[in-house]
Unconditional design. Structure first.
Length: 205
């Protein structure tokens, strides 16, 4: 399986990093399958970073092979919606960006991709472009989002990605994070909710 991530897909998240441009096409990056945090395991802060930040995101699980998928057919390539956390070694990312170097180290390290305990059939949502989700740190809300605020909607994302990579059954798409990203420290507890269903509950070590 591939983990395909979309960056800068919420305007307010872009603003919190003092950027003044809106992307005209999805910003795509990948995480290796080894980035997936094993179920029931705590998230361990990597030794090479002094500032790892959480980014809560809605996930889409691809259900069949597709290439050059038209946007109007994209809905046929997924049946389930999930929730995840894209952990980012922010200090490492900013340093690598400043040097003009690739920043996979900051995004693709072991455990950096949290996938919720389960996925929810998309038919259970009245409107995929109006899904509420949130993240709590130590029982305090730190991020809240709604898919209506996405710059690029789910079907647009799938159609675009499929022009670059062949999508395969089991691939996971992280669709971007809203504003409110912030650091984690040892001892933190993170809980993620898709609508009112808790799908993420992890400890930070």
């Amino acid at each position: 399986m591939k983990i395909i991530c979309i960056g800068m897909n919420y305007v307010e998240h872009i603003k919190e990093f003092d950027r003044d441009f809106i992307p005209t096409e999805p910003v795509v990056f990948l995480k290796p399958d080894s980035a997936v945090l094993p179920k029931k395991n705590p998230f361990v802060i990597p030794v090479f970073s002094n500032r790892v930040e959480y980014e809560i995101e809605v996930l889409v699980k691809i259900n069949k092979v597709g290439k050059h998928i038209g946007e109007r057919f994209a809905h046929k390539y997924y049946d389930e919606i999930g929730l995840g956390i894209d952990f980012t070694a922010r200090d490492v990312q900013l340093d690598l960006k400043a040097k003009g170097q690739p920043w996979e180290k900051a995004k693709g390290f072991d455990g950096s991709a949290v996938i919720g305990e389960s996925f929810i059939a998309k038919e259970q949502f009245a409107d995929l472009n109006n899904i509420n989700f949130k993240l709590e740190k130590n029982d305090e809300q730190v991020q809240v989002g709604n898919t209506s605020d996405m710059i690029f909607k789910i079907d647009e994302i799938i159609a675009y990605i499929s022009t670059i990579y062949t999508l395969k059954k089991g691939d996971i798409i992280f669709t971007g994070t809203p504003c409110g990203v912030g650091p984690v420290t040892k001892g933190d507890t993170l809980k993620g909710y898709l609508e009112n269903e808790k799908l993420i509950d992890i400890k930070v070590r």
